[in-house]
Design a protein around this ligand. Structure first.
Ligand code: G16
Ligand code: MG
Length: 208
């Protein structure tokens, strides 16, 4: 039976993708090209710098490494303005109930996110106290599909990979969890998360 649960943040507990999108779109507007919501799908679960590379690729733009750092910083400033206004109403359906249910069963809980703003977002939506470990973009060097983020989370919980389950909405995240040797619940559609052990539409399907 499962002793630890590792949660991705964006797309599983909250929908921050819409704020990432607005912030990236502002950069694209300044460069004068269209950045669509379909393009934004490619940024899900991807690190900030890799996201910037994708945005630049969409616009057919090339800039120096120094400018990239400045643009990534500018995007994050805008993103922070959006997430500063987040509160508990932005938790996805079933997220809080499911976390409490796991707590009641004695399951240890960790975050496994690519975001460097993850701890701040957990505070804003009021669930930071429920986490026994938080592994985010400030702690890991290798991005999903590399298993590092989940292996570190599991180690911080004091558990072994086969004692942990991962909840993920991104294909690369599901691949990372499989590579880590963990049970994976895909959050979304079997169309792209078919590799998971189980796929549900949202945590509300498990919390009920
Ligand atoms: C999230 C988002 C990505 C974002 C990444 C880094 O991942 O899905 O779009 O680029 O975090 O975010 P930040 O710029 O805040 O460091 P996850 O792993 O929580 O789904
Ligand atoms: Mg995600």
């Amino acid at each position: 039976n499962i002793k630890g649960a590792l949660f991705d943040l964006d797309g599983v507990l909250v929908d921050t993708a819409k704020y990432h999108y607005l912030a990236w779109k502002e950069l694209a507007d300044q460069w004068g090209f269209e950045f669509t919501e379909a393009d934004n799908e490619r940024l899900k679960g991807v690190s900030r710098m890799r996201s910037l590379e994708i945005v630049l690729e969409v616009g057919g733009i090339s800039i120096s490494e120094e400018e990239k750092l400045a643009k990534a910083e500018q995007k994050n400033e805008r993103y922070l303005e959006y997430i500063r206004r987040m509160d508990a109403s932005e938790l996805l359906p079933g997220a809080k109930d499911y976390l409490y249910r796991l707590k009641e069963r004695g399951v240890r809980i960790a975050l496994g996110s690519a975001s460097k703003n993850a701890a701040f977002i957990l505070e804003k939506v009021g669930i930071a106290d429920l986490f026994d470990a938080v592994v985010d973009g400030t702690k890991v060097a290798k991005a999903k599909p590399d298993p590092e983020v989940f292996l570190l989370g599991c180690r911080e919980l004091g558990l072994k990979p086969d004692e942990c389950a991962v909840f993920e909405d991104a294909e690369a995240g599901v691949a990372a969890a499989i590579a880590a040797g963990m049970y994976v619940v895909g959050i979304g559609s079997p169309a792209n998360l078919g590799a998971a052990n189980r796929v549900v539409g949202g945590l509300d399907e498990l919390a009920g």
